[in-house]
Design a protein around this ligand. Structure first.
Ligand code: GAR
Length: 210
């Protein structure tokens, strides 16, 4: 069975959604470990509560990004996962790290990429007057939030929405979308090809939309 390792920094609501999905009888993978760069991340308690092994690599203890990523890579290799799922992991990974794990690293980002890479995505969508907003799941490549997109879920932006209400609506979609995309990856239906995402062996010219 494919093994998943999940990296977190914060609340872990996406982690919780993945834990619940992985408990479904026909889910095709096991979560073997959860790692965090934040010792106090509430996500760690959620993992422990589900009896999933956890580890912490605190970035403050390392002198450089390379050292941090080296320590993280060592932990990852120890668990030998097939897929590494970033679920609210708020550290930028080095090029070498990302290249070594090409096709095995998934990220979820709270915008309709390529719009709004980086932070404050909900406020930026509001400021731009966007009528549609949402979430993207993509393979991680050297380009920040720029790797090939597998799938997106959209929400409508209402006249009375704030950054907070948008965050809630987007997160509700995240919790549906991420378990589905992770499932497809573990079933081998979604793969990263030379330049684009392959879905059932065919190049995906546009993200799938939920
Ligand atoms: C999620 O909304 C995720 O999209 C976002 O952080 C949140 C984590 O929530 N990720 C990023 O902004 C990545 N740059 P969670 O800890 O409750 O899953």
């Amino acid at each position: 069975r494919p093994k998943i390792l999940i990296l977190v920094s914060g609340e872990g609501s996406n982690l919780q959604a993945l834990i619940e999905a992985s408990r479904e009888r026909d889910y095709p993978a096991d979560i073997v470990a959860v790692g965090s760069n934040q010792a106090k991340a509430p996500a760690l308690a959620k993992a422990a509560h589900a009896n999933i092994p956890t580890f912490v690599i605190e970035h403050g203890r390392y002198g450089s990004r390379d050292e941090f990523d080296g320590a993280l890579m060592q932990e990852i290799r120890r668990h030998n996962p097939d897929l590494i799922v970033l679920a609210g992991f708020m550290r930028i990974l080095t090029e070498g790290f990302v290249r070594a794990l090409r096709g095995q690293l998934l990220n979820i980002h709270p915008s309709l990429l390529p719009k709004y890479t980086g932070l404050n995505t909900h406020q930026r969508a509001l400021n731009a007057g966007d009528k549609l907003h949402g979430v993207s799941v993509h393979f991680v490549t050297e380009e920040l939030d720029g790797g090939p997109i597998v799938a997106q879920a959209q929400i409508a932006v209402g006249a009375d929405d704030s950054a907070e209400t948008l965050a809630q609506k987007v997160q509700a979609q995240e919790h549906v979308l991420y378990p589905i995309v992770v499932r497809w990856c573990c079933e081998g239906r979604v793969q990263l090809g030379a330049e684009q995402v392959l879905f059932d062996g065919q190049a995906l010219h546009q993200p799938l939309v939920l």
